[in-house]
Write a protein that binds this ligand. Sequence first.
Ligand SMILES: Cc1ncc(COP(=O)(O)O)c(C=O)c1O
Length: 555
Amino acid sequence: MAGSSQFSGPHTLGKVRPQPSQNEALLFEKSSPGKRAYKMPPLDVPAVDASALLGAARRDKSAELPELSEIELIRHFTRLSTWNYAIDLGMYPLGSCTMKYNPRVNEFVARIEGLAEAHPYRPDALAQGILEVFDLLQRCLLEITGMDAITLQPAAGAHGEFTGILLTRAWHESQGNPRKKVLIPDSAHGTNPATAAFSGYTVENLKSNADGGIDLEALARQVNEETAALMLTNPSTLGVFEHQIHKIADILHAKGALLYMDGANMNALVGKVRPGDFGVDVMHLNLHKTFSTPHGGGGPGSGPVACKKFLEPFLPIPVLVRNGTQEKDCPDAGDWEDTNAEPTADGCPPLFRAPLLKPDGERVGDMEPLPLHPQNGELHWEYNRPHSIGRVRAFYGNTGMFIRALAYILANGPDGLRQTTEDAVLNANYIRKKIEDLYELPYKTASMHEVVFSDKRQAVHGVKTGDIAKRLIDYGFHPYTVSFPLIVHGALMIEPTESESREELDLFIDAMRSIAREAEEIPELVKTAPHSTRVSRLDEVQAARKPILRWKPQL
Ligand SMILES: Cc1ncc(COP(=O)(O)O)c(C=O)c1O
């Protein structure tokens, strides 16, 4: 029984037991001259003189690459893969990261040849299939967010924030003053202040109230004509829904400032409420969180930005546009239509470039005639947008992520997405209820998709949040997020997502309860965890400050 092993402590590790796995040297260390993982056929083309072809570029010494047989290589990587932890192995409650399961159907669809191999330089007329995918995803995301216009270009959440704040800045500039500051609550994700500063704004901190929300009176005192926007994460990193958000929007709009919503936590809202309906002017989504596309170590992600109509002229180029149809199905002109003008030869009203709009709908400036497009219902990329902030990424964004996100949205449908949201919130609250007698809950406000405890009760025994997180590894779980958000001292930020079954949640709860007991009875066990891993506690400071990232030959 695993519970009796030397590292498990007095309580039973129900989920895991240690399993021997072979030590693994680097491929370079295993290399032995002459071994090969491939066999080339005899040369059947005339040999060439590399020196004559490459001149000085020809290397005079062979590259120092490891030499191994095929099976040695395969075993090496297979063994390494078993040392890792993944959502496909078990629960990954990393708060703020929404580490949900990526359904295999997404991967299947993303690998369909015609989609996977669509070349970004393919002419629009020959790329209608993939453009329809982009268009459908855009329309789904607009429906989900309640916004008017969208760009899929940004490659991650932080990149979406940057794009959204650039839109905000461009709009303020069009009103004659870019303004100076962006307000950011102290519960914000670290990328928010970085984004504002990067976009040329001064960051002004907003203190959260006792419920973890925004103090409206303090906000009203802080907003003035120098405020460009408030960046608000909703639900916040405390897992708390900002229920006064419509009033926050009113306070900002009264002073001509905009409301930016960090929508990375939309997993708690999809299908229930829409930011566009509660006053948000611009927001980003993290497809790699909410819409189940994989999180990679640094990418590729996807952070689409959705905005209200008055920000649309500033969207990055190119913008996806559908031409009208031959059956006089005129393009949906909306605000672009000049109702006083004569119809064009095809019977449709002439189109004009959107005039700039204020949030209250008032027009600024004149309409500009738009070049007419073939009226054939096809999609094309439009580049001629004089108010655009320009490109924020090469081509159109991370296409593979779009296909996966769309597959996820369509496979779930509206009811499925709503259920997903409800299950994510239910799971977080189930954990909260089952361990709140043992772990300190600094904010008692109702939890949404994640719950944030503090290590206050364990710290009296010298056990910190980082120790508890490491001990979770011994119980077979990926750690939760440690020490974030910063307004909670010693934070344990737990986000189970909807992917987890009741059984898996119960195992996690057992583990957390067991660790709380260990912290009291044998704190040393927790403070020196993990005990079951190949390497024990790493020197994280040293690893961050002096990383050794590549093998170097011993001289
Ligand atoms: C609330 C919030 N905002 C922004 C981000 C940044 O997203 P990304 O890591 O894709 O840049 C995250 C990441 O998880 C987040 O949780």
